[in-house]
Write a protein that binds this ligand. Structure first.
Ligand code: PRP
Length: 205
């Protein structure tokens, strides 16, 4: 059985729909329960529900053969996996944002709140800008509002969160969307099955 790590939450909903549309139904995932493993014997696959930021960890270590993860996570963690396909879902961008009207003081290190410390570091290093990273795990938009940081580097999808918190984008760091990834060793063992799924997904796109 092929183990497939799928992300829980917002991206997850779209991914389950996509897998269902290629005949890899996983309707049981939508049931309101706390199960984390769902077997689909008809397709010889097992779905593992994990936090979006953990999908690549399961795949890199071979606990899952393949998985679906945002490019944002791949850029941040650089896992040693194959990136097989852009699923064109969960499209968003990684962006720098600040309070509306905020003026940068170039004589001071820039305080950057983010859950993407490596992406932020690389981005500012390339510009030769000195920064101080404030690593947060969520509600990043609060940081500049409370003076904890000057800017944030975070995901912007609809832009609603920024708007409702009186923040605006000052630069785009990278584009992101969901990617199908595979464990390198598992891919050698199960190339036919993995290519089969990948091919069906590609046709659907
Ligand atoms: C993400 C991101 C922004 C929001 C952007 O947060 O960190 O807060 O989505 O989406 P929008 O542009 O459509 O408003 P998430 O929902 O993952 O929660 P978090 O605050 O726990 O990171």
């Amino acid at each position: 059985m092929l183990n497939i790590a799928l992300p829980k939450g917002r991206l997850g909903e779209k991914v389950y729909e996509l897998f269902s549309s290629i005949g890899y139904d996983c309707a049981a995932i939508r049931e309101d329960n706390r199960k984390l493993v769902f077997e689909n014997p008809a397709n010889d696959v097992r779905y593992l529900l994990v936090k979006p930021s953990d999908v690549a960890i399961y795949v890199e270590h071979g606990a899952a053969d393949i998985g679906v993860v945002g490019k944002d996570v791949l850029l941040e963690t650089k896992p040693d996996v194959y990136e097989l396909l852009d699923l064109d879902l969960g499209k968003c961008r990684l962006a720098v944002a600040a309070k509306n009207g905020w003026q940068e003081d170039l004589s001071l290190p820039l305080r950057v709140a983010t859950k993407y410390p490596h992406v932020a570091k690389e981005y500012y290093e390339a510009q030769g800008r000195q920064i101080e990273i404030i690593r947060l795990n969520g509600s990043i938009e609060l940081a500049p509002l409370l003076g904890l940081s000057d800017v944030i580097v975070d995901i912007v999808e609809t832009g609603t969160t920024l708007k409702e918190n009186h923040l605006s984008v000052s630069a785009t760091v990278a584009q992101s969307s969901a990617r199908l990834i595979a464990n390198k060793a598992c891919y050698q063992f199960s190339a036919a099955e993995i290519d089969g799924i990948c091919g069906k997904l590609r046709e659907k796109l």
